[in-house]
Design a protein around this ligand. Structure first.
Ligand SMILES: [Zn+2]
Length: 474
């Protein structure tokens, strides 16, 4: 939309002043609830919409980009008063999630598939209903000319779509998923809908924010005409960054919401993984939660190690680079591109730290599955010894990180041998309980802190890549 269109919109009669006042009040109340309780994402998104304009130019509500790169919220006052306070919160929430959804899934093939559009509606409405604790869609109360009030639900009902999906699959003799599994991830909904034989007609399934008409709507597509892709992506990214920061500060709603979004995007492809990868969610997740298939620290390690082994890339600390969704939905395995020299990874295991074979096995697999990587294994206490994966770690008295540093930097031998090459990455598995050290290349060090250990490298100056591991099974 250019500034000319915007002026036209602004000039459009917003409607009866009493209606406008009531609709504005409903909108303000919803935004307040988002900020206080319901949604950090919505709160930030609408905080970035500096202009919020009641106008009959849109049938329902829409976030649009104005030519200068900022976003506006346009809302139809009559529609807002028809759906009431609960409906307004629902629609605003839906619209915000749409923006993020579009930001995560950029594949053209997906976007042009009407079934993906439907899957997005199912997925988004499921999330809105869950987060706003609703049992149904917003209901629009329309007064007919004869004075009777007709109440009609607005939007795609995820449970209704699921019921049709179950009927269809059973008719084919296939096994449908239960509702909770069906809606578990965004791409999962799409995958399941593709198993259906009957196709949904787009008409009754129109998005709540598209309504009828408007931007030539009814074709089942998003309000592409109103929303400049570049601006939308930038604003969505800014919103996610704000929410991730709030989550890292310990704000519960933000944390819960952003981790929920990351989980929902499992299997959503490289772009979505990169979006999360840039936000430092690893640190956030590692604190308390365990992900469904792969532990968060495993994803984090795969990603962090990959970043350290990548040729020519400026090395970054985990707070920036942190989370790791590289391996999201996939086996944790690094990909090595091009004919580069062999990379050297040193893995040093603290004999005093409690660690299960599972941790060692996993690291062995991660490093072993990476082409062009040579691994040097050590165990250490007060001394540094060579270690063969599969053997038991020999325990001794006292612990010294400095001796590991001295080995890595070529000043100390292990098993009579010095380290001849400069390692590209050093992974230390430890409880962190020993005098702190500052290696010559702190950017190459990765510290994995076992249960109840001290994660000082995270707070060290300069900070080093550091993450807690769950060393015990289960
Ligand atoms: Zn929608």
């Amino acid at each position: 939309m250019d500034l000319h269109d915007l002026r036209r919109l602004l000039a459009e009669r917003p409607g009866d002043p009493a209606l406008v006042a009531e609709a504005t009040r409903l909108k303000e109340a919803a935004l307040l609830d988002f900020g206080v309780r319901d949604s950090a994402v919505c709160s930030w998104l609408y905080a970035k919409c500096h202009h919020q304009i009641p106008t009959a130019a849109v049938p329902t509500a829409a976030v649009v980009a104005s030519g200068d790169g900022s976003c506006l919220l346009l809302f139809n006052p009559e529609f807002f008063t028809e759906i009431g306070a609960d409906g307004v919160a629902f629609v605003l929430f839906h619209e915000a999630r749409h923006l993020i959804h579009r930001h995560l899934y950029v594949d053209e093939g997906l976007r042009s598939d009407p079934l993906f559009t439907l899957a997005a509606e199912v997925s988004i409405n499921h999330v809105v209903m869950t987060r706003l604790r609703r049992f149904g869609l917003p209901v629009r109360a329309v007064t007919a000319p004869d004075g009777t009030v007709v109440r009609e639900p607005a939007g795609v009902d995820p449970r209704q779509v699921h019921a049709e999906y179950v009927r269809d699959l059973e008719a084919q003799g296939l096994g449908p998923l239960a509702y909770e599994e069906f809606v578990e991830t965004d791409l999962g909904v799409y995958r399941e809908l593709r198993r259906m034989r009957t196709r949904f007609a787009p008409d009754p399934l129109v998005c709540v924010h598209l309504g009828t008409g408007a931007d030539g709507g009814g074709d089942g597509r998003d309000s592409d005409l109103l929303l400049d892709g570049e601006t939308a992506a930038r604003v969505a990214q800014e919103v996610l960054e704000e929410v991730a920061r709030a989550a890292l500060r310990g704000e519960g709603v933000a944390r819960d919401e952003i981790l929920g979004m990351a989980d929902r995007s499992e299997g959503g492809g490289e772009h979505a993984a990169r979006v999360w990868g840039g936000l430092g969610l690893g640190a956030l997740r590692g604190r308390t939660e365990r992900t469904r298939r792969v532990d968060w620290w495993q994803r984090w390690l795969a990603d962090t190690l990959a970043s350290k082994l990548r040729e020519g890339e400026r090395l970054v600390y985990p707070k920036k680079h942190g989370a790791v969704l590289l391996a999201l939905g996939h086996e944790p395995m690094l990909v090595h591109r091009g004919a580069e020299r062999t990379k050297v990874v040193v893995i040093a295991l603290d004999t005093s730290a409690s660690m299960s074979d599972r941790v060692i096995t996993w690291i062995t697999e991660l490093v072993g599955h990476t082409d062009g990587v040579e691994s040097h294994w050590l165990s250490f206490d007060a001394d540094v010894m060579p270690f063969v994966p599969g053997e038991r770690v020999r325990g001794g008295g006292g612990t010294s990180f400095q001796h590991v540093v001295d080995y890595v930097e070529g000043r100390r031998a292990a098993g009579g041998k010095r380290c001849e090459v400069e390692p590209d990455a050093v992974i230390v598995v430890t409880d962190g309980e020993a005098p702190r050290v500052t290696p010559a290349r702190p950017d190459r060090w990765i510290w994995l802190i076992t249960d109840n250990g001290d994660d000082w490298p995270d707070r060290h100056l300069p900070p080093m890549a550091c993450h807690r591991v769950r060393s015990r099974d289960g």
